[in-house]
Design a protein around this ligand. Structure first.
Ligand code: ADP
Ligand code: MG
Length: 391
């Protein structure tokens, strides 16, 4: 069944009537450029064909009623009373936040019945959070009679995640989820939000492997990394006033202020500097279809995330170690924030299925965990369509 028919059917089962609009948005995998987006650096994600489906119909009474196929609870509120809940974000913050962000942007949203179902694994580093918020931002705007450009959808979805859910993420996830192009990865400059779409080589494939672990420290460590970098940056700015964010630093800058930096801040900033450089080099490797160059860049990224940024864990290290030893490997690394979640593997397309199976078996044999390992494809960003009733 086509995506829009699945969305319509999901909505009908939830609310017993037809939706007025259907939408879907991609999860994303980041090829390289990790923990650089909130430093206004470079990232290289692709929207993928694991997606979040959604549908909505307007309500005249200003109420917002949300059902997710992924959770039991039904959430009910009203457009005019939406308020960021504070604290650890409950699931419905991700569903309600887009309506709040639209309202704050003076988009006149009516009440709505909203249905959503994610096939992106929740909390696995493939950005279910961006895909639900991007899909619902596009839907909410459509209910208000507006078709927003994908970058504007991304901007509002990020405001929802930052301010409604209270998650201080950078721009990458929402831009990838909203602006993705089928068959392409997007080199994104997180300072200017300029996108350079690069064709993902046809002979290559992407495998994402779930470690099966989600370490609870992720949220607090994420905030701590931002503080550690800010501490180092304050030192750097004294010596080099032109430096605005870690994106402006070079290895020469870091070498000249090393004595004034604590070791932790030095390592964190070194990761950002070297990772930005690897990200730009990876764009060239992809354009040249240079698998061995890409493999060493992905290895460098994983190593830097493990040693300098310290966001890996034994399970992610093991997946990368097993994967890079398999036939057809063109490199692997952790993807997303780390502390569990998924690894991304670039693989020779002809070897991809055998690679996926071998990775699954060997990881299971070493850890006892049987976790999803999927071949995914770079896919388009957000789609949103009106549905004629009875169609
Ligand atoms: P990731 O974005 O990597 O999947 P996050 O922790 O950023 O992980 O976001 C995951 C959270 O987003 C879930 O725990 C849930 O609260 C919310 N979420 C995402 N998709 C859905 C969905 N389809 N239904 C309900 N909640 C969702
Ligand atoms: Mg997320």
């Amino acid at each position: 069944m086509e995506w829009r028919d699945r969305a319509r059917q999901g909505f009908r089962e939830a609310f017993g009537r037809d939706p007025a609009f259907v939408a879907d948005a991609g999860g994303r995998v980041n090829l390289i450029g990790e923990h650089t987006d909130y430093h206004e650096g470079f990232v290289f994600p692709a929207a993928i064909d694991l997606r979040t489906l959604a549908a909505a119909a307007p309500r005249a009474d200003g109420r917002i009623r949300i059902r997710s196929g992924n959770v039991e609870e039904v959430r009910e509120s009203s457009v005019d009373v939406l308020q960021p809940p504070g604290g650890f974000p409950p699931w419905w913050a991700y569903a309600e936040g887009p309506f709040w962000a639209l309202r704050e942007a003076r988009v006149p949203i009516p009440g709505a019945d909203v249905w959503v179902r994610g096939e992106v694994p929740l909390g696995g580093g493939l950005s279910s959070s961006a895909s639900i918020q991007v899909a619902l931002t596009a839907l909410g705007a459509a209910l208000a009679g507006q078709a927003l450009p994908p970058m504007e959808v991304a901007r509002l979805a990020r405001r929802s995640e930052n301010l409604y859910c209270g998650v201080p993420c950078g721009a990458m996830d929402q831009v990838a989820s909203a602006c993705g192009l089928a068959g392409h990865a997007l080199l994104l400059d997180c300072r200017t939000l300029a996108i350079d779409p690069v064709p993902f080589p046809g002979p290559w494939a992407l495998v994402v492997a779930d470690s099966g672990v989600r370490h609870a420290v992720a949220g607090s460590e994420y905030a701590r990394r931002q503080q550690e970098c800010a501490r180092g940056l304050a030192v750097a700015r004294k010596a080099f006033p032109e430096v605005r964010t870690a994106r402006d630093l070079t290895l020469d800058h870091l070498a000249s202020i090393r004595a004034d930096l604590d070791e932790t801040a030095f390592q964190r900033l070194r990761h950002v500097v070297t990772e930005n450089d690897r990200c730009l080099q990876a764009r060239e490797a992809l354009k040249r279809q240079d698998g061995s160059a890409l493999a060493s860049l992905l290895a460098g990224s994983h190593e830097s995330l493990a040693r300098d940024y310290e966001v890996s864990c034994p399970e992610l290290d093991l997946l990368v170690e097993i994967g890079t030893g398999l036939p057809g490997s063109l490199g692997a690394r952790l993807t997303g924030a780390g502390f569990g979640g998924n690894t991304v593997h670039v693989v020779d397309g002809e070897a991809a299925e055998a690679y996926r199976e071998a990775l699954f078996r060997r990881y299971r044999d070493r850890t006892g965990r049987e976790t999803p390992m999927r071949i995914v494809h770079p896919d388009q960003g957000v789609r949103c369509l009106p549905l004629a009733t009875g169609e």
